[in-house]
Design a protein around this ligand. Structure first.
Ligand SMILES: NC(=O)c1ccc[n+]([C@@H]2O[C@H](COP(=O)([O-])OP(=O)(O)OC[C@H]3O[C@@H](n4cnc5c(N)ncnc54)[C@H](O)[C@@H]3O)[C@@H](O)[C@H]2O)c1
Ligand SMILES: Nc1nc(=O)c(N)c(NC[C@H](O)[C@H](O)[C@H](O)COP(=O)(O)O)[nH]1
Length: 266
């Protein structure tokens, strides 16, 4: 079988069938269906360091990511990933025309992401191969006018959102903004801060599906690790944060893809 190229990826139908129960369904709770997805090493690490783009997914699981992107209305990342990776945030799946492209959303409360004409996401939007990004910033932050011009020039927007005392958005507010803009599903791709926050006891219940690619490699210390805040019962005893139910393992090349629906332990 031909290896997928970076511009036109295909995802085999039998694998797509295995993933189908985890794809977004009509939301029954007035917020977008939220899929949390990422690739991790055998030591639960997302990247070698916070600023080192690290390819973990093999060709087939990379195609899966683009298949998933084409099945969500939005793709969301934190500013750390936007800065470290200069990601494309579009779907390069064969046949994913502009009407199947997800809306890129970046949580960037302080407006740190240096989004400019040379950013991949902007350049793809200019070519009609992706949508302009929505950048969520905190109230009162002074965003450079040139960045606003570039983002708005490709149909994106800077969106202001209130923060808590730690300068963080409440995920319910983030989802609320997206829902009001007509976004019915969002694929959250990372990075570490975002993933660990969504897996924390406070937000665990917001995640509808988890799809994790596990690559056969160890990255060692100093990487960005998936390790959410601990959870304690009424007596202060440590308990598991939660687990996945309706679990399915999908082998994709040398990677294993774990799918499930999160459930917080009673
Ligand atoms: N393997 C993978 O699947 C994968 C996926 C994504 C990123 N990565 C890697 O992860 C690394 C980056 O991870 P990271 O943890 O440094 O950054 P991150 O992408 O999680 O971004 C963190 C930043 O996002 C913003 N943010 C996140 N949650 C917020 C909230 N609730 N409210 C307000 N702002 C919020 C803040 O600015 C925060 O500093 C990079 O090396 C990248 O390559 C790997
Ligand atoms: N599925 C997956 N496998 C990986 O090995 C890896 N490093 C990421 N990382 C996710 C993160 O969001 C990256 O920034 C985008 O994967 C960049 O990829 P694009 O240019 O958008 O295709 N994701």
């Amino acid at each position: 079988m031909a290896q997928p190229t970076s511009s036109t990826l295909t995802f085999p139908a039998p694998s797509a069938t295995l993933l189908s129960p985890y794809l977004p369904s009509t939301s029954s709770h007035n917020r977008p269906f939220l899929t949390l997805t990422y690739a991790t090493s055998l030591d639960a690490t997302l990247s070698l360091t916070p600023t080192t783009p690290t390819l973990l997914s093999g060709p087939l699981s990379k195609s899966m990511t683009h298949y998933l992107r084409a099945h969500h209305a939005a793709i969301l990342i934190g500013a750390g990933t936007a800065i470290a990776d200069d990601p494309s945030l579009n779907s390069r799946l064969e046949g994913a025309e502009i009407d199947r492209q997800p809306r890129p959303v970046v949580l960037d409360p302080r407006g740190r992401w240096a989004v400019g004409g040379g950013s991949k996401v902007v350049s793809l939007a200019r070519q009609g191969r992706g949508l302009g990004p929505w950048v969520m910033v905190m109230e009162g932050v002074d965003v450079d006018g040139e960045k606003v011009r570039v983002v708005e020039g490709v149909g994106g927007a800077y969106v202001t959102l209130s923060t808590n005392e730690d300068g963080r958005f409440d995920w319910k507010d983030v989802l609320d903004v997206l829902w009001k803009e007509g976004v019915t599903s969002v694929m959250v791709e990372g990075g570490g801060v975002v993933i660990n926050e969504l897996l924390s006891p406070r937000y665990f219940g917001l995640v509808d599906a988890v799809i994790v690619t596990i690559a056969p490699v160890w990255l060692g210390r100093e990487g960005v690790q998936v390790c959410p805040e601990e959870r304690r019962d009424g007596e202060g005893k440590k308990v598991a944060v939660g687990r996945l139910r309706d679990v399915r393992w999908v082998p994709l090349g040398e990677d294993g893809v774990l799918c499930g629906r999160p459930k917080m332990d009673e």
